[in-house]
Write a protein that binds this ligand. Structure first.
Ligand code: UD1
Ligand code: UDP
Length: 380
């Protein structure tokens, strides 16, 4: 079977890297890799780390791209490439414009679609925007839906879709485990990384922040920045914020937060460095989907700056809390974790609702027609 694996953003690349490795191990599969380049710099960081080579690079990114302009470009260019490659299956990931445009292009050409990380839902098509809609669209045209958890399988079953559903665990845990192993093997890499970030103050607690969601642009980001600014008045705290490349995010964050000496605004980190920072952090404040899945695996408390999440498992397990973008709520939640050790410890139980490190090999086995034991979280 000839599979064309397509991705274009940072999180897709991280989560597809172990899938590509697993597909390459299957003798019955020929795997061709295409990147759309939706995220040029942040994608290339991940390609380098995992040693990934693209057979096709559509290079679609332009600064401040609009959703419609981006979608149209990817639809047109991926369509031409599909005519050339003629795959049996197009494998896409998650909820991005790359995933939805490429899945639609494949569907229009009668090519089967596989969806990695299928079935996540908030139930609100405006949040996350436009990701909830992208997910629904990709699942609607998919022959194989690789659901990370039982909850996501149940979401798909309710929608009575045409494809088959397989619970695999989330491939982000495969990527994270591989990266943690690299950091711990021999200790050399971890100590080199530590030296590079020797400006961190060992006497202060570390709050790691990421944020990029479209539905928070404008007022939401102003509120988030106000909360971070207020938190920085604490002497016992240092805040590290690798700022997403989106100009809509960088503008407001740099304008508001660059004056504080204990706020470190840095460029997006390579994945290995970011994993090191997650391990080192006391608390993580984020709106990222992937970080919500990774941090519980590392036993880190996570506060999520969203009103709803398509990843309810860790919220139910008590290691993730939704705080929205209200500055009072964010400030209150971070302060409580900093000041109440017992409360913080109750968040920090390492749990694993999202995967066991074998998701990618399950996906490769399903696609090559082999029997598969589905993912069951350890606590079930
Ligand atoms: C995209 C995805 C979102 C995913 C997020 C991960 C869509 C609709 N959204 O949102 O699902 O959670 O990526 O980060 O697909 N830029 C650069 N260099 C980069 C990356 C981005 O300059 O490496 C800038 C460009 O100006 C670009 C802008 O960021 O126009 C926005 O990027 P885009 O991919 O459209 O949206 P994201 O908000 O990153
Ligand atoms: N990440 C990274 N460098 C950073 C910030 C995040 O490598 O500076 C990783 C993070 O560990 C996670 C992924 O990028 O695996 C999440 O990307 P993002 O938040 O952009 O997208 P989302 O997960 O919300 O789709």
């Amino acid at each position: 079977m000839k599979i064309l694996t397509i991705f274009g953003t940072r999180p897709e690349a991280i989560k597809m890297a172990p899938v590509i490795t697993a597909l390459q191990r299957e003798p019955s599969i020929e795997n061709v890799v295409c990147v759309t380049g939706q995220h040029r710099q942040m994608l290339d960081q991940v390609m380098d780390l995992f040693g990934l080579q693209a057979d096709y690079d559509l290079d679609v990114m332009v600064p401040n791209q609009t959703l419609n302009g981006l979608f149209a470009k990817i639809l047109e260019q991926s369509s031409q490439m599909l005519e050339e490659v003629k795959p049996d299956c197009v494998l896409v990931h998650g909820d991005t414009s790359t995933a939805s445009a490429c899945a639609l292009a494949a569907f229009h050409q009668g090519i089967q679609v596989g969806h990695v990380e299928a079935g996540l839902r908030t139930g609100d098509i405006r949040s996350p925007f436009p990701e909830e809609m992208n997910r629904r669209m990709v699942d609607g045209v998919s022959q194989w839906m690789f659901a990370p958890t039982e909850t996501s399988r149940q979401n798909l079953l309710k929608e009575n879709l045409h494809g088959s559903v397989h619970v695999t665990g989330n491939t982000v845990i495969d990527a994270l485990s591989m990266t943690c192993e690299r950091l711990t093997a021999g200790g050399a890499l971890a100590s080199i990384t530590e030296k590079r970030f020797s400006w961190l103050d060992p006497s202060r607690k570390l709050l790691l922040v990421t944020g990029h969601r479209r539905e928070s642009f404008g007022e939401g980001f102003r509120q988030i920045c106000a909360a971070i600014d207020q938190l920085a008045s604490r002497e016992d705290l240092q805040i590290v914020y690798p700022v997403h490349m989106n100009p809509q995010v960088r503008g407001i964050v740099h304008q508001t937060l660059s004056a504080r000496s204990n706020i470190h605004l840095i460029d997006p980190l390579g994945y290995l460095d970011f994993v090191w920072f997650m391990q080192r952090a006391d608390i993580i404040l984020t709106d990222s989907g992937g970080v919500q899945e990774e941090a519980p695996h590392l036993g880190k408390p996570v506060l999520v700056m969203r009103d709803v999440t398509e990843r309810p498992e860790a919220v139910l397990a008590g290691t993730v809390q939704l705080v929205g973008t209200d500055p009072k709520k964010i400030h209150g939640a971070v302060s409580r974790l900093l000041d109440d050790q017992e409360y913080c410890a109750s968040f920090s139980r390492a749990i694993n609702p999202y995967g066991d490190g074998l998701a990618s090999s399950r996906i490769a086995r399903v696609l090559s027609g082999q029997p598969v034991q589905e993912f069951i979280p350890a606590s079930s």
